[in-house]
Design a protein around this ligand. Sequence first.
Ligand SMILES: NC(=O)c1ccc[n+]([C@@H]2O[C@H](COP(=O)([O-])OP(=O)(O)OC[C@H]3O[C@@H](n4cnc5c(N)ncnc54)[C@H](OP(=O)(O)O)[C@@H]3O)[C@@H](O)[C@H]2O)c1
Length: 321
Amino acid sequence: MHAILVLPDQALQWGECPDLQPAPGEVLVRVQATALNRADLMQRAGHYPPPAGASEVLGLEMAGRIVGVGAGVTAWGAGQDVCALLPGGGYASLASVPADMLLPMPPGWSYAQAAALPEAALTAFVNLYVEAALQPAETVLVHAGASGVGTAAIQLCKASGNAVYATVGSAQKAAHCLAVGALQALDHHTLDFAAELLRTAGAVDVILDPVGAGYFERNLQLLRVRGRLVLISTLSGAQAALDLRVLMGKRLRVIGSVLRSRTLAEKVAITRAFVERFWPAVVDGRLLPVIDSEFAITEAAAAHARMAANLNIGKIVLHMP
Ligand SMILES: NC(=O)c1ccc[n+]([C@@H]2O[C@H](COP(=O)([O-])OP(=O)(O)OC[C@H]3O[C@@H](n4cnc5c(N)ncnc54)[C@H](OP(=O)(O)O)[C@@H]3O)[C@@H](O)[C@H]2O)c1
């Protein structure tokens, strides 16, 4: 089989590696497409090692066709098209995936669309509906609204009937957020998002934030009483000062959340809960990955450069040869 190898100088090379065999309870998938995540850039740079036992190969999601099943797998068989969240190993021609993590390929979707679904949709889902326990009629602010996760979060909020706002870094990104369901998209280069939303829409109940330190104080300012801030990354920095009186006065909750390092049982439970609540939205097109661009796997470095420059709107997909 082939996989993307990260060379000592961080160059990416599509090279040969030993074939995978499906372990008991797993299926072997011939990967047709994978999609980029910000975490791939960090892992390549040596800042985000895979969890214990996971593949060292980059790639947190894939879509492809089952070519073998391990002992004990009865629900899936060779020839079925599937997609799945992975702890690693998506930038490869074969992936061995726990059968309980598989999602069927949504009807009529391409491999590119299916590969772009799991990480963004499950991250948005678990953080909004499980961690923040978003309730009907509550309002949401999604930072980095035009990111892969952001576009999925906006679509989920729209599907669940929650008013959703976004922050973005350009007018073009703002237009895409509005197109997928945001009521307002605020350019963080030109506007103070907290002051602007307080002026136009008022305080919000839930904030999904990968930006971290640079937004922390304004996030707390913008939250309503009993609001929840879910921190999913630290794009602007990880050290922030906190006035504990703001937390107490508004009875706020600040929640930190990472998907990748959770146990398989947790990830299976998240996947099943997502399917139960939102599979109808997948099938009828309310949740449809926004595809920014598609590259051959041999062009993975160019795809990474596009994401590193914050140019993508939605997901970047890599196709296997
Ligand atoms: N905790 C978890 O389990 C989990 C899982 C998946 C993803 N994540 C995180 O969620 C975020 C989105 O992931 P993704 O793969 O969808 O990312 P992505 O498509 O690469 O989007 C990231 C966007 O964040 C914005 N951004 C970057 N640096 C910023 C800064 N300093 N201040 C403000 N905005 C900044 C940029 O958009 P603008 O041009 O609009 O500013 C950039 O395009 C990433 O930070 C990722 O690490 C966390």
